[in-house]
Design a protein around this ligand. Sequence first.
Ligand SMILES: Cc1cc2nc3c(=O)[nH]c(=O)nc-3n(C[C@H](O)[C@H](O)[C@H](O)COP(=O)(O)OP(=O)(O)OC[C@H]3O[C@@H](n4cnc5c(N)ncnc54)[C@H](O)[C@@H]3O)c2cc1C
Length: 323
Amino acid sequence: MNNSILILIEHLKDAIADISFEMLGIGRKIADSFNGSLHAVVLGKDINKFLPELGIADSIFVADDEKLEMASPETIADIIKSIIEIKGISITILGGTNTAAGVGPILSSKLKLPYLNFCKNIRVEGDNIIVTNQLFGGKILSDVKLDGMKGIISVNPGSFPSDAGKASKVVPVVEIDLSQIKIKNYFKKYIEPEAGDVDITKENVLVSVGRGIENADNLSLAEDLIGVLGGAISASRPVIDQGWLPLSRQVGKSGMTVKPKLYFALGISGAPEHVEGMKDSDCIVAINKDPAAPIFNVAHYGVCGDLLEIVPSLTEKLKAKKG
Ligand SMILES: Cc1cc2nc3c(=O)[nH]c(=O)nc-3n(C[C@H](O)[C@H](O)[C@H](O)COP(=O)(O)OP(=O)(O)OC[C@H]3O[C@@H](n4cnc5c(N)ncnc54)[C@H](O)[C@@H]3O)c2cc1C
């Protein structure tokens, strides 16, 4: 299997996660440009129902076993390692998610393969694969040439269109032999976040505040804006970590994924972990005093300036307009 690409399929609560289709889409594109092949691996319990959705792959490796229902990164890495070794996989693509976060480094150290994290683009140039990585919260982009076309790539969710990875077709399925895999540890239960006072995933308008709000007293600026627009207040992680708002209001990788009609990002830099949770909002308005803030890359409307001056004036103007 030269020039073959393997994708780790993620699924949660009976559904394939979007990141899986993103990876399948870009994986297919790269594999086709090298006349290579694309393979998916699905692990877990009762997973055969997912297989018809993975028709864009050339084959699917499957291990359907209750011991894998909440497998640890070590176990997942051991299974993927065995596939890479037996089938001669050249490139493995993982999601930059909580599920796969531990898998890449373990695989990399066991197989002595390069591990490229925070990937937001993969392209082919001649005989080489170039991976663009987002460093320092998205402020620096680095292009890395994958030496010898071998390695492990971890993809930031939201980097590729998921529709490109969707195809329903029957493809060959290969059962993974688990007899050599020792399961040393596993997760015991999935803990749902506590339901907060407000479910921010259901709001049409979110006014989200970041570290740029400076202190808890200034949250009133966002509340005043909500008083005119409706909606709810949400935040980036530093605001939650300070204890200024409850965890139920956090947007991002370790918080909620939201898709409101209108999302205000006030003093939020736009780190990948935050953007992951709000990038699909219908309309994003960012106010930030740094013209180079990455949030402006996803915003539909951007205002470069001091939120402490702009927000009160915006609220007053909207109030006046509403009469
Ligand atoms: C595993 C992991 C999970 C994570 N999960 C999440 C998550 O779920 N959600 C999340 O948000 N983060 C998460 N993070 C943290 C993330 O990497 C960033 O650190 C965080 O999003 C930054 O928050 P921020 O934009 O509010 O702060 P900063 O990055 O400090 O940005 C503050 C911004 O405010 C601007 N600013 C300052 N003053 C003003 C002003 N007066 N007017 C206008 N603009 C101003 C600045 O220019 C700057 O761009 C996670 C990190 C890791 C490693």
